[in-house]
Ligand binder design. Structure first.
Ligand code: FAD
Ligand code: UDP
Length: 375
């Protein structure tokens, strides 16, 4: 039987980047994936030339020149800048929270007026906290932007997304949203941002070029055979499954996408519209073509939209967001202890590390591992 240096389980961004760097280092790799396609969660479906982000909208953004220089070798990136809009009871607000939002919310037109309004609202929150640090998301949000924005743009959206009350969620979730006193709707503060021209498959296809890949192949369908194929295994699947759930199942939030093709050139005028009131069951609507306005298909009288419904993960659903509460962190810690003792298996990526990783974090992690040669 043919021997490989690495059997890579999973052809997502972690597995594909690993395979690319290993091949460059002269190693022989076999990549397997249980899905019918490569690319993991960044894979796009082609619908009449529109690249549909099948597993959720993906916007590449990073502060790292190293990651940006690496990823742009594989595709040209357009200058897409994520500027989501929030719809609350039919009224539109710009995100993240900036001068446009404050104007829409309060009619204020200068940074000074906006700051005054925010300060008034913050003071009310601070009075309630009586010097205590914010203990949950609600308190943190009230302290960050005040009651009006919290009630219209945060509360409903967050409770739908996480399926828990804002008073039961950790404060840090909301801290990563920028608050600016400028008319800047860019959702991210990072130096680099964009979408690969031609879609994300360009990147994973280029990373995997010249590497043996088997799709529709589940590692667990014949674990013994796969383990015997290579000197080392790079495992990017779920760590609890790897250990046969001996410490119990790790929990996730999942998202159900209701995707529709419409006979319209332009349905909502933006890639992302968030629905922030609680009575609308979906969290947001993505109109995929707006990620790539340079695409020929953009002009067509066809568009694809996805409504996103967030829910608790159940057997068979896609595990999307790890639930980093105490119970799950403790369970993961036990699995990690076993993983750390393995000498023939490398665990990497969002499922094996039970971690919410952005794409640039995944690339940086693989680059670091190759640099440090801790393989
Ligand atoms: P994955 O892409 O999940 O790849 C793992 C692969 O392993 C899959 O292809 C799977 O089929 C395969 N696999 C699993 N088990 C087995 C098995 N037993 N046998 C064979 N194959 C197996 N990041 C950003 O930077 N910007 C964004 O805007 C952004 N948006 C996101 C939106 C959503 C809804 C989600 C869930 C994530 C988002 N991310 C975003 C994060 C991004 O998706 C990840 O950083 C990246 O895809 C992780 O790559 P990975 O290789 O670790 O995992
Ligand atoms: N959020 C919100 N209203 C919005 C968008 C985001 O309240 O319109 C909150 C929500 O709690 C979310 C957090 O901000 O979990 C972080 O938002 P981000 O878009 O970074 O979340 P992601 O979907 O990337 O996890």
């Amino acid at each position: 039987m043919e021997k490989y240096d690495y059997l890579i389980v999973g052809s997502g961004l972690f597995g594909a980047t690993f395979a690319y760097l290993a091949k460059k280092a002269g190693k022989k790799c076999l990549v397997i994936d249980k899905r019918q396609h490569t690319g993991g969660n960044i894979w796009c479906r082609d619908v009449e030339g529109i690249h549909v982000h099948e597993y959720g909208a993906h916007i590449f953004h990073t502060d790292s020149s190293r990651v940006w220089n690496f990823v742009t070798q594989f595709a040209e990136f357009n200058r897409y800048t994520n500027c989501p809009v929030a719809n609350f009871e039919g009224k539109l607000y710009n995100l993240p929270f900036n001068m446009n939002t404050f104007y829409e919310m309060w009619g204020v037109t200068t940074p000074e007026q906006a700051q005054k309004k925010i300060d008034e609202q913050k003071a009310q929150a601070a009075a309630l906290l009586k010097g205590q640090k914010p203990a949950n998301l609600e308190e943190q949000a009230l302290l960050l932007v005040g009651k009006d924005i919290y009630e219209k743009l945060i509360k409903g959206y967050t409770q739908k997304q996480w399926g828990r009350k804002c008073t039961e969620l950790p404060a840090f979730i909301i801290k990563r949203l920028p608050v600016r006193l400028t008319f800047d709707n860019n959702y991210f503060n990072d130096k680099y941002q964009g979408i690969p021209v031609g879609g994300y498959n360009k990147i994973t296809d280029a990373l995997l070029e010249g590497i043996e890949v088997k799709t529709s192949t589940d590692f667990f369908s014949d674990r013994k055979k796969f383990e015997s194929l290579a000197d080392k295994i790079v495992f990017t699947g779920a760590i609890d499954e790897f250990y046969e759930y001996r410490f119990g199942k790790l929990e996730y939030r999942t998202v159900r996408f209701e995707t529709e093709k419409l006979q319209e050139q332009n349905h909502q005028g933006n890639a992302v519209i968030n629905y922030t009131e609680e009575s609308i069951p979906y969290t947001r609507i993505i109109e995929h073509k707006h990620f790539e306005p340079e695409n020929e298909a953009y002009k067509k009288n066809i568009t694809v939209i996805s409504r996103e419904y967030s829910s608790e993960w159940t057997e068979g659903a896609e595990p999307f967001y790890p639930v980093n509460d105490e119970k799950n962190s403790e369970t993961y810690r036990k699995y990690k202890e076993l993983a750390d003792k393995e000498t023939g298996v490398i665990f990497g990526g969002r499922l094996a590390q039970y971690k919410y990783y952005d794409m640039d974090d995944v690339i940086a992690d693989v680059l670091n591992r190759f640099e440090g040669k801790i393989l």
